[in-house]
Design a protein around this ligand. Structure first.
Ligand SMILES: Cc1ncc(COP(=O)(O)O)c(C=O)c1O
Length: 459
């Protein structure tokens, strides 16, 4: 009988993370200090992150050992299974072979715990007692809440208001793991109070929630901030996904022609894709596609330039595609894809033509997710639905061209806490929304004031 899943034994799990900085044809340009506009050094970040993670952030070593204590926690759900989605292939009538990594098997239900346990561990050994963070969909907040409970740290989560209201069960999960979760903007920080005074009805944004979490970290004792995406070390912790996938694909003699992931800040996409981008740099002919929403088209329409990672302008200036740090996206259901920027590493790979961004509408994402649930069984997170929309597009293209190509994608999480979005889809309440050109111009206009990295398109 043909395989449905390929599983690795625990002792086959990769023992090191992959750092793509060692192989990039054009190195990532440095983040800048917002005051001096000079490249930041490790000390500039020391109040926000522990030094052991800052060292990882700046490292150019190709392979970094996964500490035993982190591995012990990863083994609670890893290695994650690689599946062949035969029923979905049949439903689409495509000659394409579709494989996917199931990252929904983690305790919090997505890929996010892969970095959460690593970050909690490094903070713990550095002597930190409490972590603060933001969360969009609630997947990251719950992942960090879980990781903090495993390592005995306190955890405070600022959750984007619209998701806090849409997804009450995520907050309850965080409470079970012992974390404190408040809607953002909140009255707990200066940044939050200012925004509430100006726009009391704001749905919130990841940029605002990040400002709150950073302010809390730098004004509280023994506290650091933890980010669930965007940064180099976060993307690196996720590469265990792609490294496992390479071993699993090899076991069935397969290699992808197309690699796909959805992109918010970029961590699950990078996790699967970076080990394959390495192959591409060394000559493999593959397409590597990042899928984002038309409502928050950071990679496809956001100019490349320096911008802040948060709304209040507390972070270093990052070289990235951005819709402007004050951008507040429409409240689409894929809360985890509503971020104004994207990882600098991914931005550079887009500039170098190694990664291809594409945008999809939320309705086509739900269409793909419903077809998926009715053929493969699993209910996808709304973020993951965007990857599925790209898979459908590629599978249909394979059918038109009569090509037997192999598609590999990251099923980044389950949607069991996101059923309200499905309900709205079935009752016809979900609307497609593409960011109007005037809004794009307005939100990105301030970027013209910032220094220009090489390849900048912020006029
Ligand atoms: C299930 C799921 N997939 C994808 C994302 C997007 O984040 P990233 O681009 O960092 O993977 C999120 C973010 O919350 C998520 O919860």
């Amino acid at each position: 009988m043909a395989n449905t899943k390929v599983v690795l034994q625990e002792d086959e799990i990769p023992k090191q993370w992959y750092n793509i900085q060692a192989d990039m044809p054009t190195p990532m340009q440095p983040p800048l200090h917002p005051g001096t506009k000079q490249p930041i050094g490790p000390d500039d970040m020391a109040r926000i992150f522990p030094m052991n993670l800052i060292e990882q952030e700046m490292s150019r070593e190709r392979w970094i050992d996964i500490p035993e204590e982190v591995m012990e926690k990863l083994l609670l759900w890893r290695p994650s299974p690689l599946y062949r989605a035969r029923a979905f292939e049949k439903a689409l009538g495509t000659p394409a072979r579709i494989y996917y990594k199931n990252e929904g098997v983690s305790p919090a239900g997505s890929h996010k715990p892969n970095t959460a346990v690593a970050q909690a561990y490094y903070n713990k050994v550095f002597g930190i007692k409490r972590l603060t963070t933001e969360t969009g969909a609630g997947q990251w907040g719950s992942a960090l809440a879980m990781a903090c409970s495993l390592f005995g740290l306190e955890c405070k989560v600022y959750m984007v208001r619209i998701s806090f209201d849409q997804k009450p069960f995520r907050k309850m999960m965080m409470a079970v793991w012992g974390a404190d979760c408040v809607p953002s903007p909140s009255a707990d920080t200066q940044a939050g109070r200012k925004i509430l005074a100006e726009t009391p009805d704001t749905p919130g944004s990841l940029g605002i929630a990040i400002s709150e979490a950073i302010e809390d970290a730098v004004t509280s004792e023994n506290t650091r901030y933890s980010l669930g995406s965007v940064l180099n070390h976060v993307l690196m912790h996720q590469t265990i996904i792609g490294l496992e996938a390479q071993k699993q694909m090899a076991k069935v003699g397969a290699y992808p022609d197309v690699v796909i992931g959805c992109v918010g800040g970029g961590s699950n996409f990078a996790g699967l894709a970076f080990p394959y981008v390495r192959d591409k740099i060394h000559g493999k002919k593959i397409a590597v596609i990042g899928a984002e929403p038309h409502a928050c088209p950071t990679m496809t329409r956001g100019p490349f330039g320096y911008d802040f990672g948060d709304t209040a302008g507390n972070t270093p200036l990052m070289p990235m595609h951005s819709l402007g740090h004050t951008f507040v996206p429409e409240p689409i259901h894929a809360g985890g894809l509503r971020y104004h920027g994207v990882a600098p590493l991914i931005s550079q790979l887009i500039l170098d033509g190694l990664v291809e961004p594409r945008a999809y509408h939320q309705v086509e994402s739900y269409e793909a997710s419903v077809l998926w649930a009715r053929s493969e069984g699993f209910i996808s997170a709304p973020e993951t639905g965007h990857a599925l929309a790209a898979v459908v597009e590629e599978a249909k293209r394979a059918k038109e061209e009569g090509k037997e190509k192999t598609i590999l994608f990251n099923w980044s999480g389950h949607g069991l806490m996101d059923l309200v979005g499905y309900d709205k889809y079935f009752s016809g309440q979900l609307k497609d929304y593409a960011l109007p050109e005037e809004d794009l111009k307005r939100f990105t206009a301030p970027l013209a004031e910032f220094p220009k990295p090489k390849g900048a398109s912020n006029a």
